[in-house]
Design a protein around this ligand. Structure first.
Ligand code: FAD
Length: 468
């Protein structure tokens, strides 16, 4: 902000920024001739103050409403929203608030250091976004059901519509199913508990999806979601499915956001990162322990991190993290990486990588502020225990299918994967299909998940033809 103490508009703008905790640098034009020249340059020779430079744009004497618009301030709202553009849960929560016409003030933690500090203060040292304050009460990454409850947003009552197919999961398999079913003119509803894109959304670089030499996970998945909605699919985010039952040929899908109905169901619920289940892990999740490089990696720019795991996911995500962190050290239980040779070769070319092979993670230890400080590890050969220091840890050790809610509803194998009939994607419950990573025998690749989405759509089409 370029201004002068005697200028009433400068006083007005300054007071507005301070009242809304906006971090800014005040450049008094009376104290420095270079500030005067900059003001003249911005205003084509005129000396108009206050003049602002905000994220690379210039503004001449904006009124408070204009400042509020530029900075995302809502002076009348009950809701203060700390988040970042790259954070998927922030997008999910924003979509929910926008869809329900809730006004909120968005504070980008990347733009203001004080905002990150405030998030840490609220969350007792943890960097959790979104952190949302409603009437001053903080909520750390609240799900949509919590937002609905605290903001008293009306719940969708009895389902207004019976869809031809309800698809559970908005990853590669679910989105592909919807593209195909919609093109068959079957009304399709996708219920997604988090954000669109599933696991593929979490990875920065995809190099093996046919047709794309190199595309980011978010870009690829957004394209799939755009295609599904362009054909008319409905996508509801933040809807966590808890059960399915069939009544008079109609499937009732129970969720945290009410009941949805369909004539057929496709389960495309994928899988979730496994935890190490060692001391200290639970308490430090979000306080230095993470499971998603694209979601939390940017917090560790120019810092040192550890990665636990040596498979494809660990190396793929590790390669991405080497691009902007100072050092990435891999802690691998086996004597060698189990990832594909392409990743291992690429990693060997990076100069900021260290490896601890044949090493078991034993415990996470915290500092006085309750933040991760060291990982205790044990050498599998010598039994010697050492402490590895780092700013943060990312754990990539495998996945578990998201099928617990199907217990007693349909057949799953001992690891929880949904069992389908040989050569089909039909489950043990007629009219319910399974596609992608949650299915027994899945290849856990995006291209495979999309292929299974196609199969599921064909299954739905045939089932509905026979059922009607
Ligand atoms: C870090 C990482 C990197 C990867 N890199 C690659 C790669 O480069 N190339 C490649 O081909 N594959 C890659 N994969 C694998 C690929 O991401 C998966 O094979 C693919 O995402 C599977 O798609 P899906 O739709 O079956 O499941 P998912 O992508 O897991 O999607 C399932 C969706 O269902 C939702 N869901 C789950 N339970 C519920 C519920 N109860 N209610 C509502 N919604 C629910 C989840 O939130 C999720 O969005 C990677 C995986 C990981 C973890």
């Amino acid at each position: 902000m370029y201004g002068a103490d005697w200028c009433s508009d400068c006083q007005r703008a300054k007071a507005f920024l301070e009242a809304h905790h906006i971090d800014f640098i005040y450049k008094n034009i009376e104290l420095d001739a270079t500030h005067v020249r900059r003001v003249e340059e911005i205003n084509q020779g005129k000396r108009i103050i206050p003049t602002f430079e905000i994220l690379g744009q210039t503004y001449t004497n904006p009124d408070n409403a204009e400042l509020a618009r530029i900075l995302g301030i809502n002076p009348f709202g009950r809701v203060l929203f700390y988040g970042a553009d790259w954070c998927p849960d922030c997008r999910r929560a924003k979509t929910y608030l926008n869809d329900h016409h809730v006004h909120y003030q968005f504070i980008d933690v990347d733009s203001f250091d004080w905002a990150t500090r405030e998030v840490e203060r609220i969350n007792k040292g943890k960097r959790i976004i979104p952190t949302i304050l409603v009437d001053g009460t903080p909520f750390s990454n609240p799900d949509n059901a919590t937002l609905q409850q605290v903001l008293q947003i009306e719940q969708e009552q009895k389902p207004a519509h019976v869809y031809d197919v309800v698809i559970v999961g908005g990853g590669a398999a679910g989105l592909t199913t919807a593209i195909y079913t919609q093109r068959e003119k079957l009304s399709s509803l996708i219920l997604e508990r988090k954000n669109i894109g599933g696991n593929a959304f979490l990875t920065e670089k995809i190099e093996n999806y046919p047709g794309f030499m190199n595309i980011s996970g978010p870009d690829l998945m957004q394209k799939m979601a755009d295609q599904a909605t362009a054909y008319g699919a409905t996508i509801k985010l933040g809807v966590d499915v808890a059960g399915i039952r069939c009544q008079d040929g109609v499937f009732q899908v129970e969720t945290n956001m009410g009941l949805f109905e369909g004539h057929a169901v496709v389960l495309a619920v994928g899988s979730t990162y496994q935890r190490l289940h060692i001391p200290g892990e639970e308490a430090l999740i979000g306080a230095g322990i993470h499971f998603c490089a694209t979601c939390d990696g940017p917090f560790y720019r120019d810092k040192e991190i550890l990665i636990v795991g040596g498979g494809n996911s660990a190396l793929e995500e590790g390669l991405y993290l080497t691009e902007f962190t100072d050092k990435v050290s891999f802690v691998v239980r086996k004597p060698a990486f189990s990832a594909s040779p392409t990743y291992v070769e690429k990693l060997a070319e990076r100069s900021n990588v260290a490896t601890y092979m044949n090493t078991t993670s034993v415990a996470f230890l915290a500092n006085d502020q309750g933040l991760f400080e060291t990982l205790k590890v044990r050498d599998n050969e010598t039994g010697e225990e050492t402490l590895l220091e780092a700013d943060g840890v990312f754990i990539f050790i495998g996945l578990t299918p998201n099928t617990a809610f199907l217990e007693g509803i349909l057949e799953r194998d001992e690891r929880g994967f949904i069992v389908t009939k040989d050569g089909t994607v039909e489950t043990s419950m007629r009219g319910v299909f399974a596609a992608g990573d949650c299915r027994q025998g899945a290849t856990a690749q995006i291209a495979a998940a999309t292929g299974e989405g196609v199969l599921a759509s064909f299954g739905v089409k045939e089932y509905l033809k026979r059922a009607w």
